[in-house]
Design a protein. Structure first.
Length: 396
């Protein structure tokens, strides 16, 4: 990932060379002209070397301490197993680096708050990988809420369907096989509930003040990837919570490993004083996202077309616009139309409004445009960006 003007780039150090780094983070950085991955670390050195070769990363190591303390790195990207997130993120913040971290930051929310406070005290920027915010339909839903479509938000319903672990033989990952099985361990709520909780905070414009709920273990014996055998795993494979937001709105959250349906399948509903919106990110029959709306005088929900500007840009146009980060959405649309008239390479003809979620969420190429969530954080960390922001959510 060479660069002609290193002083204008965000320099990235990646911790972890596993599947999520290779399939999402590293391809995203490779397609963003404003950043350069200068080093990658993984305790399995062969993984780091392989990633370094495939993504042209000059330095590979199995020592995260050396990487974190380098002077030529601006951002540390933590995409390692969940149990390691806090220690690695904390080390990066102590070393004065901005941090992009996969969820969860920590298993104890007080540690997350502590890391946030450290970042704020040092003027550092942080972000969590809540990628579902960057689905085109979710982005447009947020835009409509901000423009007043629903009025004052009253109720948020968040639902996550996920049947990939309904079969106990499906290897369970990101769990501690040595945990005390007399105590239920958080799994579904952390792995798939966190994004829908984040969407609720984002749409309602407030965090939870109080919650009450239950976690249930429906499938007690499971195959565990780490051990390769069936084990008693007292995890939450089903959750339901009710809560009251700090601004007076109320909400419900459901997450699960055992609800039949395509996955990861999120549904977010916001009901307000002036209208309602429902967004589904569930791939069904070739359509992977839908947005519906209703008003008090039109109570039957109708399909809402997501404007083209909320979708990833074609490759050549994306790189051109990345060099002009101050462009407004209407200017982007104008340049997009000019680009299409010129018929430059990188455009997928006929790409419809419901075909792009994977590109935004997982980093899968769609005209080689960088994933929106990663692009957002890179922009915030450019050397010319002087303001500092720390957040425990997806955005400031």
């Amino acid at each position: 990932m060479s660069a002609t003007d290193p002083g204008s780039l965000v320099r990235v150090g990646v911790l972890g060379a596993g599947a999520w780094a290779r399939h999402a983070h590293l391809p995203g950085y490779a397609r963003d002209a404003r950043c350069e991955v200068v080093a990658i670390a993984d305790p399995q050195l062969d993984l780091a070397r392989s990633a370094g070769t495939d993504f042209d990363i000059p330095t590979v190591t199995d020592n995260h301490v050396d990487l974190v303390n380098r002077d030529d790195i601006d951002i540390i990207d933590v995409c390692t197993p969940s149990a390691t997130h806090f220690d690695l993120a904390w080390a990066a913040l102590e070393a004065g680096k901005h941090v992009l971290c996969e969820k969860p930051v920590a298993y104890d929310f007080r540690e997350t708050v502590r890391a946030s406070e450290l970042a704020e005290s040092k003027g550092l920027k942080t972000k969590l990988g809540f990628t579902f915010r960057y689905s085109p339909a979710m982005r447009y839903m947020k835009n409509l809420i901000d423009e007043g479509f629903v009025g004052t938000p009253f109720i948020f319903n968040g639902y996550e369907q996920n049947s990939q672990w309904l079969d106990p033989q499906t290897p369970l990952r990101q769990v501690d096989p040595d945990a005390d099985q007399s105590i239920i361990q958080v799994s579904s709520l952390e792995g798939y509930g966190a994004p829908i909780i984040d969407l609720g905070h984002w749409f309602v414009g407030s965090g939870f003040a109080e919650v009450v709920g239950t976690m249930r273990n429906f499938v007690p014996e499971r195959m565990v990837r780490q051990t390769g055998r069936m084990m008693r795993m007292n995890i939450d494979d089903g959750d339901i919570f009710l809560g009251e937001y700090e601004n007076g709105a109320i909400g419900s959250i459901q997450s699960s490993f055992v609800t039949v349906g395509n996955y990861p399948g999120l549904e977010a509903r916001v009901y307000g004083s002036e209208g309602a919106l429902i967004c589904r990110l569930v791939e069904e029959f070739g359509v992977c996202e839908t947005l519906k709306a209703a008003k008090p005088d039109e109570v039957e929900f109708r399909d809402v077309e997501v404007p083209e500007r909320f979708y990833p840009l074609p490759g050549e146009l994306a790189h051109a616009l990345l060099r002009e980060p101050g462009l407004q959405l209407h200017q982007r649309d104008s340049l997009r139309r000019r680009h299409e008239r010129r018929q430059l390479p990188g455009r997928r003809p006929g790409a419809g409004n419901h075909q792009c979620r994977g590109a935004v969420v997982s980093g899968t190429p769609l005209g080689e445009s960088p994933p929106a969530g990663l692009t957002d954080f890179v922009q915030r960390c450019l050397p010319s960006t002087t303001s500092s922001t720390t957040t425990t959510g997806g955005d400031p």
